[in-house]
Design a protein around this ligand. Sequence first.
Ligand code: G6P
Length: 482
Amino acid sequence: VNASPSAPPQARVLLASNRGPISFTVEDDGTLTPRRGGGGLVSGLSAIGDEIESVWVCAALTEGDRAATRQGKLGDPSVRMLDIDAGTFARAYNGIANSTLWFVHHLIYNTPTTPVFGSSFRREWASYEAYNRAFAEALAEAAAPGATVLVQDYHLSLTPRLLRELRPDLRIGHFSHTPWAPPDYYRLLPDDIARDVLVGILGADRAGFLTRRWASAFADCCETVLGAEVDRSALTVTHEGRTTRLGVHPLGADGDFLRERAHRPDVDSRLAALREAVGDRRTVVRVDRTELSKNIVRGLHAYRHLLHTRPEWLDRVVHIAFAYPSRHDLPEYREYTASVLRVAQEINDEFGTPDWQPVLLAVDDDFARSLAAYRLADVALVNPIRDGMNLVAKELPVVSDDGCALVLSREAGAYEELGEDAVTVNPYDVIATAEALHTALTMPAAERADRCKRLAEAGTALPPSAWFLEQYRALAGDQLQE
Ligand code: G6P
């Protein structure tokens, strides 16, 4: 591993995640263009403040990232990018993180044919171990004595334990942004790997989850797979003499940022274009990555069912579906995107008229256009088959101009906080989803506005910087108590 040399060696707060705050593209003339990512972790780390020396350890994801790392051109001394061998990285990221672990936690294996845990899987697993070790070593090297380290997500489930072996003095937290699988499903994994992932996370002093449901599922897996001792009221797991506390930190939307960003001129101009396309019809809006767990295809089937069974909506509604390209190195994702496009086209062919296109689908990345759709939405459709949280459900009500109704899957983490004011659905039941769309579309305006206001309040209760500080303080607080 080559790590960028510019990081301060003795940071007191460290963050580790696969995707970092900055990414580089190589232009045709060979120059490197940086692109700074937004998002919760970036604002969270800045919330820690300038006084505390902090470092963000992440992976080089693109050729541009690798070049910037090798040439020492990251331009930010607090970012340490790991230039892990491209093959090792691809096997760890695509093979284990995004296929195996993501698929297990989102219950999206089609078990008669997948998974197959054979020799190529074992090679991927060895790469995942090497990738996690690279993170542990970089963190061990950069951390000051007794420093606090916040390790993020399923890419890095082995890192807490590996890091503790290298540096027992550190305060280590791990946070899962995904759901956690129930034991019967989790045990699809080969036995040794099912154990290693749990033991890896239990290397942390604290393991954080987005909802109580995912934290409980993790505890259930520790009990079933490891025989660990679980205290459900104190939310602790004790294994081989060490106790890990489980925390529940329901990440919310960044209301201040969204309200300001959604009224900039680039959003206004896209809103005008969308209004022109929609006319005086109602809108059902969804915005997702083209992600298997987001259930976009069943959402389209539900919309088709609505048009079939409630002809009063013909020519009266438009389904705006914006789906960002995601993880297209995996064939499952390419196929999924193709089926989204196909079903949308079928609906437009079946019901469309010269004046009305029932589905407006776009599969490219345009954040300003998504915010414009948020503002225009009469109904937001968030129907994942399983989702750690789903921030769209929390963001959209904040930005909505006239108050939108939310159709929400009970399998999204956001359901725990938003369920009361949403129209909730079983995401597999397309007939019930169609009925929920009808209920949402016909909800009286005053009720819709009231509910939308409460959804926006609940959805912004723990904005990213507060969420981040909460975890950081919980780790520090544990230390004070000991
Ligand atoms: C989920 C994961 C994140 C991940 C994001 C985008 O939200 O929890 O860790 O970064 O998806 O996926 P990507 O593979 O593009 O980083």
